[in-house]
Write a protein that binds this ligand. Sequence first.
Ligand code: BG6
Length: 451
Amino acid sequence: MNKSFLWGSSISGGQCEGGYSSRSETVVDIIPQGKETRIKYLNQPGIYMQRPEGFYPSQKGVEFYENYKEDIALYGQMGLKALRFSVLWSRIFLDDSLEPNEEGLKFYDDVINELLKYNIEPIITTIHFDMPLWVVEKYNGFVNRKVVDLYEHYVRTIVQRYHNRVKYWISFCEINVMNHMLYMVGGTVLKEGEDREEVLHQCAYHKLLANARLVKVCHEIDSELKVGCEVAGTPYYPLTSLPEDYQLMIEEQRKDSRYTDVMVKGHFPYYFLKKLKEYHVEIKEEDMEEMKKHTLDFIAVSYYKTSLASTEGVRDNPRLEKTAFGWTIDPKGFRIMLNQMYERYEKPIMVVENGLGTYDQVEDGKIHDDYRIEYLEKHIEQMELAIEDGVEVIGYLTWAAMDVVSTSEGMMSKRYGFIYVDREDDGSGTLERIPKDSFYWYQNLINERMK
Ligand code: BG6
């Protein structure tokens, strides 16, 4: 294994930081805990824009804001070579005054310096489902072209500040998840009577333009910087050998690959362009030029599961096992996804998320999470087979370095981390950090692979 390979892990600001009083709110701060409501309101926040009483887990996270030194010391002890985290736009710009908040900038200076102290490569995501709420309330998110300029101003500020210490930049977390979560990923609230697909296509166009702006800013400031955008890599298999199922599989995959195509190849695939026109998106020549010129250096992917496409809609694969939270487990799909991605784009791939979200039990102060170790081992094995196939993978970052608030459920008890955090779903707990068995397993794996 290449010695420069980035063995690491990921976290995100909206899921771990807390530090609520020293920043402005983000899109997830106003979504309460609870699976039933959560998915629905991550798409359309509805009544939550009026802030009813309830427990709002993202406002507290796991208090990384206060504990970052101790947490990063544990990541150092684990031997992580890289940590991906998100900068909170809402910490850098408290409103649209264009004046950055020095206290916020200083916080990430400290985080970066702390990581470098342990030789951990800092990797920044500029928005990880944590867009400022003021962008939603004032501009309605990426449906509004003005937000592309605001985003450019934000990223120019942070790239200028951190570029001498941060080489890898990721524009957005899972841009293609916007297909389902318009509010959380696009920052856009659908108004009554609006056509969802029309609004989604407008948001997509602006987000892709914003991605090109990050590439432009990074390369202008420092030509050595490497820029990626994260896409959720979810391969589809056809349910049956019916040609109709195969056709539907292609259509499902296109909903995801249309974003990557633009960001890597620099132009819109014909079927995407056709839809943009049908949905009356204003396509400007100068935007097309920007997107053509400023393409990604690498592709960041997350991998959790695969799905089946059929004439009856998207289905779970009945031949695969599922996690306690109903996500299919398909390590072989990981090799397939990496090969498909590399074949299509021939760009280096950084795996920026992969992991098992499940319940953990503390027994005598320890967490014996052999199920997580088994899950990760099987996925790493398939990734290494993909590398043997010839796929250029430059890093493997698990989700997550420590337990954080889950995105889809808003629960603490859906745990992904190598480090247990004593916080319950209702926010109670001591916040004590306890390394799980998987912590020592990953430490050992990194040691072995770096020999
Ligand atoms: C990814 C997100 O989609 O999946 C993370 O980037 C998220 O933010 C992770 O936490 C796992 O999803 P969940 O809903 O189980 O937390």
